[in-house]
Design a protein around this ligand. Structure first.
Ligand code: NDP
Length: 444
């Protein structure tokens, strides 16, 4: 049995009940076969794969808080500190009822390679809780965040582990978390990113994941003699990533016709009015179906099905495994030729394989959504220097980073005769730098 297969079997056996983690590991190991096989003896002796699939540390804790009725509630809190070979752990905090240790391990594992691709000195981590901020009052969210940080603060720091936002964690939550960290430690340091502009945040961080997604999409299209101008785009989700991917795609001349949330999706053949969406989602924290109240010509459909809409380009920006094989086939049948992932692992393995087998342009999340963490690293730099860059400066750096990621991914795919397979390219390019650093640092 090959070393990569052996390690995959070991991961499944030793991490039961964590299917998303198995899925993420399998995709990476399958891509790495060409690299590992050439030097199998060396990698095996050094236990490289055993080490890279095992988190350096997982912290798991109780989060008690009091709701508005005076009732004590208890949630589970986690931080997965996966790999610090190239820098302090960096990765978001997710607040969603679906969060468990396996989901955070998959996200933390992906984060190692994503962060490596940015070219910036950041290791991989992820955290969160099964707390559901939906429907909670501001006071309840604050109570939860303060309790969560009371425990988490023991394990993070500006040079140690720097969390950020993810699903369910935006500016409000980062503010409450930061305030509590400061009270507990007395330190005013860049321990979190995604902070408000008045207390150390970076311009463009809010937009960075969505903008970065469209910048790398543009690179991929141009590299393949295509352009974004005039293309019809479907974007799933309607949170931070989806909103700013839509904004940048529109600015670059595309027409975004659909957005969704976990209840259903809206289709607006005239092109989504983003001001209406921002008012619903960023101001009122409402549901996407409210869009049709403001734009009566648009249509709302309850449930799944957004990827059945005819489009040229699809940008899944909601959550893991939201796009399955049936969706992939429908996209292809309707003329879609490019998919770039704003979310983490939104396509199932079967869907990904279908895109690749059918010569569709496909950019995986760990490359496509790396603009968020890259800009978080730029926020860390600004905090360390006690300086703030302008929007133009940050945006230029973000563009350069996304261009650089595309170049690395493309070069790695070509190096191993897998031209156009950006999944393999991203996994290999991300891995090479991390493994180089791990080997240089000895057995640790
Ligand atoms: P938000 O919480 O801002 O938005 C998430 C969106 O996805 C919402 O519209 C939400 O709908 C929808 N969604 C969440 N869970 C589900 C589900 N189970 N089924 C259907 N829809 C769902 O999160 P972000 O925009 O920040 O994150 C979206 C994705 O992008 C995630 O995969 C995240 O890991 C990834 N990502 C985010 C980065 C960032 O900087 N924020 C960076 C890199 C990746 P509803 O409101 O109904 O729950």
């Amino acid at each position: 049995m090959s070393y990569t297969d052996e390690i995959y079997n070991r991961v499944v056996e030793q991490n039961p009940g964590e299917p998303e983690f198995h899925q993420a590991v399998k995709e990476v190991l399958d891509s790495l076969k060409v690299v590992i096989d050439a030097n199998e003896e060396k990698y095996r002796k050094l236990g490289v794969l055993e080490r890279i699939v095992e988190p350096e540390r997982i912290i798991s804790f109780r989060v008690p808080w009091v709701d508005d009725n005076g009732q004590v509630q208890v949630n589970k809190g986690y931080r997965v500190q996966f790999n610090s070979a190239i820098g302090p752990y960096k990765g978001g905090l997710r607040l969603h009822p679906s969060v468990n240790q396996g989901i955070l391990k998959f996200l933390g594992f992906e984060q190692i390679f994503k962060n490596s691709l940015t070219g910036l000195p950041i290791g991989g981590g992820k955290g969160g809780s099964n707390f559901d901020p939906k429907g909670k009052s501001d006071r309840e969210v604050m109570a939860f965040c303060q309790s969560f940080m009371t425990e988490l603060s023991k394990y993070i720091g500006a040079d140690q582990d720097v969390p950020a936002g993810d699903i369910g964690v935006g500016a409000r939550e980062i503010g409450y978390l930061y305030g509590q960290y400061k009270r507990l430690t007395g330190l005013y340091e860049g321990v979190l990113t995604g902070k408000g502009l008045s207390y150390g945040g970076s311009l463009i961080r809010t937009q960075a994941t969505g903008y970065g997604l469209v910048y790398i999409l543009k690179e991929m299209l141009e590299h393949n003699n295509q352009s974004l101008e005039g293309k019809t785009v479907v974007v799933s989700g309607s949170g931070n990533v989806a909103i700013y991917a839509t904004e940048k795609a529109q600015q670059l001349g595309a027409k975004v016709v659909a957005l969704s949330d976990s209840n259903g999706f809206v289709y607006d053949e005239n092109g989504i009015n983003l001001d209406v969406v921002k008012e619903i989602k960023e101001v009122r924290r409402g549901r996407i179906k409210e869009y049709v109240e403001k734009v009566p010509t648009a249509k709302y459909t309850e449930g799944k099905g957004i990827f059945k809409i005819k489009c040229d380009i699809a940008l899944p920006c909601a959550t893991q495994n939201e796009l399955d094989l049936e969706d992939a086939k429908a996209l292809k049948a309707n003329g879609c030729f490019a998919v770039a992932e704003g979310a983490n692992m939104p396509s199932t393995r079967e869907a990904t394989d279908f895109f690749l087998a059918n010569d569709m342009l496909f950019m995986p999340g760990k490359a496509a959504n790396a603009g968020g963490v890259a800009t978080s690293a730029l926020e860390m730099s600004q905090n360390s220097m006690r300086l703030s860059w302008t929007s133009e400066e940050v945006d230029e750096k973000l563009k350069g980073i996304m261009k650089g990621i595309f170049a690395k991914v493309d070069a790695a795919s070509k190096k191993y005769n897998l031209e156009g397979n950006y999944v393999a390219g991203a996994n290999i390019a991300g891995f090479e730098k991390v493994v180089d650093a791990m080997l240089a640092q000895g057995i640790c």
